[in-house]
Design a protein around this ligand. Structure first.
Ligand code: GLV
Ligand code: MN
Ligand code: MN
Length: 413
């Protein structure tokens, strides 16, 4: 293969332009699934794919596929990709580097004269972020068969709109049953992503190669107490939903810090109360709790401890509790041979690298159910992510795209 030239200036311009497509005031990026910004972002990405000569299609849930045909149509393609949806108050690199970086990797391979045996397909996944429906990776869960189409169709956002309605409004029609892909339909899947943690930066290492992805889970708890006048309702008889929720949030912290594993983490990331008036006792609270670990046993023990504590707290406070396990996923193990392929490429190019665990989840967690996978991580400043000040330098992105391009070329033959 001829040497690869990554056009990092163009790629950085594209990253900046996509970041300007946001529901928030730039530089804050908020691009919730099927919002106006998400739909405009999708159009922007599709335009770049067309300009790169890729063939586009979308499935019924809005996963977008952009394909560079290979010389041998009979061979399963190699895939890459990530997401462009962004949580509220996010930065511009999470997910985006793996989408726009993959387009640049393909452009660089084309420019070098490379002609792959297998097709190379970019996937832009629907709703990697859980913002709209409470669970993340909706697109890759459906692709891999982890989420049943009927369950997906019934997912509702906080305004009561169903995924089925929203995806049709966004122009993605057809049956959700058709989204699932057969096992080994791809020869490999490789996702480029920022690390979202500090290890690469601490160690001054350019590339992380992911061997395992930690097991995520989400609990939703709906608490119904009794509201009333903040002045007139005396303290002894109160059934305050917020106070029960506050105790539960502390129980989450206790459960994960006492799990015996340093890898158990727990976050009460959603805590909404009603009616939300300063002079009214909160009658309802909604909590969404994220619990993760690299080991299933300690993660699951923490979940049980949290659920048990919540029952006790709500009984004691006279609050009605409804708990739903939105997702409880196993970890993913990446393909050892693919990990070695990427490590060899780094060695050959003299790029510093290390194998590592991903503590964040990614669409790769679910793609690993149907094909060989790995991920290529690049450092991000201070390990910061899911914040507007998320930053990765053009040079770090360039290295990541280079390693991605070489890995795709090798896997595609
Ligand atoms: C993905 O965004 C995650 O929360 O790990
Ligand atoms: Mn994210
Ligand atoms: Mn991401």
């Amino acid at each position: 293969m001829n040497p690869l030239t990554i056009d990092i200036r163009r790629l950085q311009r594209e990253i900046d332009e996509l970041a300007s497509i946001t529901e928030a005031e730039p530089p804050v990026v908020t691009r919730v699934l099927f919002s106006g910004a998400d739909l405009r972002g999708r159009e922007f990405v599709k335009k770049l794919c067309r300009e790169a000569g890729l063939t586009l299609r979308a499935d019924a849930v809005g996963n977008i596929f952009a394909r560079w045909e290979g010389a041998n149509e009979k061979l399963p393609p190699v895939a890459t990709g990530s997401h462009i949806d962004a949580i509220p108050n996010a930065g511009k690199y999470d997910g985006v580097v793996g989408v726009l970086g993959a387009i640049e990797a393909i452009r660089a391979l084309k420019k070098s004269g490379h002609r792959p045996q297998r097709a190379i397909e970019l996937i832009v996944f629907t709703a990697e972020e859980p913002t709209r429906f409470g669970i993340g990776c909706v697109g890759s869960r459906l692709l891999s068969g982890v989420l049943a189409p009927q369950k997906a169709a019934a997912l509702r956002d906080r305004d009561g709109k169903s995924l089925d309605e929203l995806r049709r409004d966004a122009g993605y029609t057809g049956s959700l049953d058709s989204v699932r892909l057969p096992k080994n339909c791809y020869a490999a899947f490789v996702e480029l992503h920022i690390e979202q943690g500090p290890i690469l930066e601490w160690e001054n290492t350019a590339i992380g190669i992911v061997e395992k992805i930690a097991a995520p889970s989400t609990l939703r708890m709906e608490l119904t107490g009794v509201g009333g006048h903040a002045g007139g309702t005396l303290m002894p008889g109160r059934r305050d939903a917020l106070l029960a929720g506050a105790e539960i949030a502390l129980a989450v912290e206790r459960a994960v810090t006492g799990s015996g594993s340093p890898d158990t983490v727990g976050t009460t990331g959603v805590f909404r109360i009603e009616p939300g008036a300063v002079n009214s006792v909160p009658c309802r609270a909604l909590l969404e709790i994220d619990v993760r670990d690299t080991k299933v046993a300690t993660r699951d023990a923490a979940l049980v401890q949290i659920e048990t504590a919540a029952v006790e707290i709500c009984q004691r406070r006279g609050v009605v509790l409804e708990t739903d396990r939105l997702n409880v996923d196993p970890p993913a193990v990446c393909d050892a041979a693919l990990v070695e392929t990427t490590a060899d490429i780094c060695r050959h190019l003299g790029v510093s690298h290390r194998k590592m665990i991903s503590r964040a989840y990614h669409d790769t967690l679910f793609m690993a159910q149907i094909c060989s996978c790995t991920m290529i991580f690049i450092p991000c400043r201070g390990g910061v992510s899911h914040r507007p000040d998320e930053f990765t330098s053009p040079e770090q992105i360039e290295t990541g795209v280079h390693i991605l391009a070489q890995t795709l070329a090798q896997a595609a033959g």
